[in-house]
Ligand binder design. Sequence first.
Ligand code: HEM
Length: 461
Amino acid sequence: ETEPIPERPALPLIGHALDIPGGAEGLAYVMKEAKELGPLFKLRIFGTEINFVSGLDLVSELADESRFRKNVHPDLVILREIGGDGLFTAYGDEPNWRKAHDVLMPAFSLGAMRGYHATMLKVARELIAKWDRAAGELAVDVAADMTRLTFDTIGLCGFGYDFESFRRDEPHPFITALARALDFAQAKGESIPGAELFQWKKAEQFRNDVTLMKDLVDDVIRQRRADGDQSTDDLLGRMLHTRDEVTGEPLDDVNIRYQAITFLIAGHETTSGLLSFALYYLTKHPAVLARAQAEVDALWGDTADPDPQYADIGKLTYVRQILNESLRLWPTAPSYAVEPLADTVIGGKYAVRQGESLMVLIPQLHRDPAWGDNVELFDPERFSAEREAARPVHLFKPFGNGERACIGRQFALHEATLVLALLIHRFRLIDHTDYQLKIKQSLTLKPDNFTLNLARRDSGE
Ligand code: HEM
């Protein structure tokens, strides 16, 4: 016997669309609904049905890749106008997914991280130089500076291209175009079907923004081809000069462009949000900050300019716990979706059809009762070695699932650990506005309008 998936009473045609607030409130709304309606519920938005899943048992069941695969849900379909059949937005049966995955995997091995370390450090030092100048003088816009850092890092590590974000007062034009394009994509996903006809000016802006991103990437590729470099040390080198083992072919030019745009976006947005949330939590939890500072001080002492080694990153276990706990409360890519490979029953009683979208609401999974009491409390102890070993595998999913999980996970964690450790080693973080967390959502999450004052720890102030 099967039961219908829980949902609130819906209007004909419109479904629940009128109940759902737009933008950042959308996430708060579905999280509240999950609390009230349980680990699985359905929303209908005009013709589209979305099932939201957030309980540990169901998420564990959906992790089985013999029954489910990634679903390219409506928001991702819109994103395909930017990322095409690049890794993030590719359908499961598109041949370029496997091909690009195989070509690019070695660029994300542990050995590859060793190769990126020096470049990550170089960009981190540009951030520190900027914050040194600001210390005692000006407040810094945390998310904007973290975006400068992560964007320049992926540009240099992935493409050998310097976006020089720390030499600009305004964000790089790619970032501005991307932010606007993501807002447009998000609004389009939420709007009444057909309403985009009346949005032609915005649609035109969107096309211009996509063109700007494509042109920039073409420029990056042209520059590499022109300098005749045949190495396969970075993402671009691998894409241009390795042949896929199965087909014997390299990736085609159109696909390389899509992959490059995908990496420039996926490679910076989420890591920037992660660092911003971590800094926010540290300003609100002085005991956690003190313990983290003790960890970095034990490693680097009170040297003004430490020289972090690759091997140091693995020793910063408490800093890593802070990052994990930040990703628990605000996983910066807050959902991923899967679909059944064939009609099936989930949770022992809910019938779902082949291809139907099952959206995992990660922030709610990360507040499942299996995390213990006080799930809203920021507590890096949840990620101590003992408790990690005892945790059910699928209770923590900030990087998605299975073979379509995040390819850049090690990259993000290496970069974020290095940068957070350097920042807390050098600065006191002064919460000059008594900041109240407000989340900005544009597919990914960030603290909105979070600024800090800084003081050098070694200044004796
Ligand atoms: C996929 C999260 C950093 C590149 C994903 C997915 C998640 C995720 C949840 C799965 C999406 C889905 O199933 O629809 C994150 C988070 C990050 C992060 C939270 C930082 C804290 C990065 C970085 C890179 C990257 C640094 C690149 C350098 C990708 C790519 C995919 C992906 C290419 C698609 C993989 C595939 O389907 O083959 N990420 N990511 N991500 N991520 Fe990340």
